[in-house]
Write a protein that binds this ligand. Structure first.
Ligand code: UDP
Length: 256
């Protein structure tokens, strides 16, 4: 894939790729039989994974993991003991956009799973407008019970979709994909967090300059302060403390 050393957090290797390299790599999965899944990590997801063994396992067994947040990219640059300095942030929404373009050109069928029924149908309409050649094989909301989870996977299979985008937040989307992804019959699946809400026009994505400065979280916080203050303000401090713990863990392994 690339010869750049890949760092790891919580034992999960993070692919050291640019966005274009990641999309090119994922595109090769479309021609290969079998189910492949990609996941992303940012500070919030890493903090959940530190405590949630099922999310940790879902990340460790994903076929590709990239850094969705600048804080993860910076962490790999500050701490050489993590094993490699990431060259770029490869955020889930940007990967989804790249894959949508490929599917619109190549005729692969996509399935949209997640958010509310209203949002996901708005996303479907928006994608049909933006990519007239794109085949949206089906759409389903992300609010179903554990008992219904297998039936949702069967619905995706029945739609004969090649690519599955799952927007149910973390850890729900990663865990659902690890448990049920192989039964969907898709070849490529990717969790995209809150991106359906953005595509549906319910929320706005941070401008490029804020994304590049690592301030996407601040933009989201301004839009939804009540829901997100804990996640981001306490989360940023918690992530710094996590890095100290991770540094100690890795140092311990190196000197042991
Ligand atoms: N969601 C869902 N099912 C659930 C909980 C959440 O489909 O049981 C959706 C929710 O409607 C939203 C997305 O998951 O569209 C998660 O948004 P959030 O901002 O939490 O995700 P993030 O981008 O921060 O991972």
């Amino acid at each position: 894939m690339t010869t750049r050393p890949s760092p790891a957090l919580l034992g999960v290797p993070i692919a050291n790729l640019t966005l274009d390299e990641a999309v090119a790599h994922l595109t090769t999965w479309l021609d290969r039989p079998g189910f492949h899944r990609m996941a992303v990590v940012n500070a919030a997801i890493i903090l959940i994974a530190e405590r949630n063994a099922e999310l940790r396992a879902a990340l460790a067994t994903a076929d590709l993991v990239t850094a969705d947040g600048m804080s993860v990219v910076w962490a790999t640059r500050w701490l050489p003991c993590l094993g490699g300095k990431l060259v770029a942030r490869v955020a889930a929404p940007d990967v989804m956009e790249g894959i949508l373009t490929q599917c619109a050109q190549g005729g692969q069928r996509v399935y949209l799973l997640g958010a509310t029924a209203e949002v996901v149908s708005q996303v479907r309409a928006c994608l049909q407008r933006r990519f007239p050649n794109l085949v949206v094989a089906g759409a389903h909301d992300g609010y179903f019970t554990d008992e219904e989870a297998a039936a949702v996977a069967a619905a995706v299979r029945q739609a004969r979709a090649d690519v599955l985008f799952v927007a149910m937040g973390s850890p729900r989307q990663e865990v659902w994909l690890a448990r049920h992804g192989p039964q969907t019959g898709t070849r490529l699946a990717l969790g995209v967090g809150g991106y359906f809400d953005i595509l549906a026009g319910r929320r706005r994505r941070a401008p490029r300059w804020m994304q590049a400065c690592g301030l996407e979280w601040a933009f989201r916080l301004i839009q939804e302060p009540r829901r997100l203050w804990r996640r981001y303000l306490l989360g940023n401090i918690a992530f710094l403390l996590f890095l100290v713990r991770e540094w100690r863990r890795v140092q311990g392994r190196i000197t042991a």
